[in-house]
Design a protein around this ligand. Structure first.
Ligand SMILES: [Zn+2]
Length: 91
């Protein structure tokens, strides 16, 4: 994500274009993750994440790379804790 964004920013100084790019990019990730099947042992796991965009803490379904913020929909997040307990959210 970061590399794609940096690449894009070299060619655009417009905040609207950047916002549009992120919307498309996050939408693409939505589709990607929806189509992806995690191994059974990971499917019910959750991770606590911190969103770099809205700075809220939340939970996300386990994934190696991508974690979606439940508040603003951004993937610009980082994992602060991996929980082995069952994930109670439907997200
Ligand atoms: Zn957020």
């Amino acid at each position: 994500m970061i590399y794609a964004l940096q690449y894009f920013l070299q060619f655009s100084k417009s905040p609207n274009a950047i916002f549009g790019f992120l919307k498309v990019y996050f939408g693409m990730l939505d589709g990607l993750l929806a189509a992806e099947q995690l191994p059974e042992e990971y499917r019910d796991r959750c991770q606590d994440i911190l969103c770099n965009d809205c700075e809220k803490k939340g939970r996300s379904r386990f994934h190696w790379l991508y974690h979606k913020c439940g508040f603003c929909g951004s993937y610009n997040t980082r994992v602060i804790k991996t929980d082995t307990a069952e994930c109670s959210t439907s997200n």
